[in-house]
Design a binder for this molecule. Structure first.
Ligand code: NAD
Ligand code: GLY
Length: 363
């Protein structure tokens, strides 16, 4: 088992990464003796619920199984979780357990954040994306018909247990979506990790245990460091360090919105966004064309998309990018790179270069 800590004073917590963890009682020491209630989805339940129930000594009435899917990250389901907690007379010393991908993790965390003004919760992420990103850092929330993740709260978990054995049942597209986020960490904060990914990508793709453990550990370590600096994504000076975690996301969100959130997975859209951010950084002379090419090549080798959907036009990109949360005082800010591993947030870039990137990718 590899362990690391998210350092946030009295809200600090461990992340444990390894194989077979979720079935072993000793890995849940942080919530030993507490009353637990578990939320999962109907894809994950048949695969892993039994192991977790045994390890935590829970009964069927302690479990709520929700339908799987991004469209289930809703007010309606958050309310179901809250109703169920109230009906079971869970007190403030109770603990919610999120077993599943980012949808279950975000929504369960949100229910924990607002239930009786906040109770503890733990994360057992079962997708690669959730293990390297969504389970760490305390962003919780649900979608609103007017926008994704528009309702939420910062609420840190007490424990993250990333059992990489669960990735063996993950559909290939979901695995690649997680790989996109791993590549993102190398590009934004660690050129040596990026180089390692260039060397070991094929091992990750065949789910080699050592490679996966190292990639998840390093991704969590980099995210934990940034979250410790800027837990609530401050807006100081335009954008605090946490905004760097959104490398590729402004382009990616435009693609997700354009395609109605149904055709592209978030990680796939981010993958293309990473290529576009690299291209723009090179056009601005902030990184070398060779390094930008390395970024695109790694994304392509992973089998992730490097081009936006056919038919999407530069103007449509610009319009959708204007709705980004990083837009401040009407000015578009992007996460760009001053080299591999050196991301920066900037609103001071040549708009002609952005136009050239959009035209290149939309051609
Ligand atoms: P998801 O939770 O929808 O899971 C993807 C699919 O895989 C689902 O159908 C799920 O049932 C299934 N699944 C989960 N684990 C499985 C397993 N081990 N084997 C087989 N199937 C399994 O999607 P996701 O990609 O994990 O998360 C996406 C969500 O995360 C989005 O809502 C996004 O907004 C959110 N997110 C949050 C943060 C954050 O910081 N909180 C960061 C990134 C993404
Ligand atoms: N996924 C971006 C963040 O946690 O800030």
């Amino acid at each position: 088992v590899k362990s690391l800590h998210v350092e946030l004073a009295d809200r600090s917590y461990p992340i444990r990464i390894g194989t077979g963890l979720l079935a072993e009682t000793r890995h849940y020491a942080e919530v030993e003796g507490r009353r637990l209630k578990l939320v999962t989805d109907d894809n994950v339940a048949p695969l892993y619920l039994e192991h977790v129930l045994k390890a935590l000594n829970l009964k069927e009435e302690d479990v709520l199984i929700l339908p799987a899917g991004e469209d289930q990250k809703s007010w309606g389901n958050a309310e179901r979780v809250l109703d169920w907690m109230l009906a079971s007379r869970l007190n403030r010393d109770g603990v919610l357990v999120a077993l599943g991908g980012g949808v279950i993790g975000d929504m369960t965390g949100f229910a924990a954040a607002v239930y009786q003004r906040g109770i503890d919760f733990i994360q057992i992420p079962t997708t690669l994306l959730a293990q390297v990103d969504s389970s760490v850092g305390g962003k919780t929330g649900i979608n609103h018909p007017r926008g994704k993740n528009m309702i939420g709260a910062f609420h840190q978990p007490r424990l993250v247990l990333a059992d990489i054995t669960t990735l063996r049942t993950l559909p290939q597209r979901e695995l690649l979506a997680g790989i996109a986020e791993i590549i993102k960490y190398g590009m934004l904060a660690d050129s040596d990790f990026f180089k390692w990914l260039e060397q070991r990508l094929d091992d990750l793709l065949i789910l080699d245990t050592d490679a996966l453990t190292k990639a998840i550990y390093r991704s969590c370590e980099l995210k934990a460091r940034i979250v410790a600096q800027d837990e609530r994504e401050s807006l100081a000076g335009g954008a605090g360090p946490r905004a760097l975690l959104n490398l590729g996301h402004t382009f990616g969100h435009a693609i997700e919105t354009y395609t109605g959130y149904t055709q592209w997975l978030h990680g796939e859209a981010v993958a293309t966004g990473l290529c576009m951010a690299a291209d723009l950084s090179a056009r601005l002379g902030w990184m070398t064309a060779k390094d930008a090419e390395r970024c695109v090549k790694l994304v392509a080798r992973a089998g992730l998309p490097t081009k936006p959907p056919a038919g999407m036009k530069p103007d449509e990109f610009l319009e959708l990018m204007g709705h980004d949360k990083k837009v401040a005082a009407g000015k578009l800010r992007l996460v760009l790179m001053r080299g591999i591993g050196l991301a920066v947030v900037s609103g001071d870039f040549d708009r002609a270069a952005l136009q050239a990137t959009l035209e290149h990718f939309c051609s």
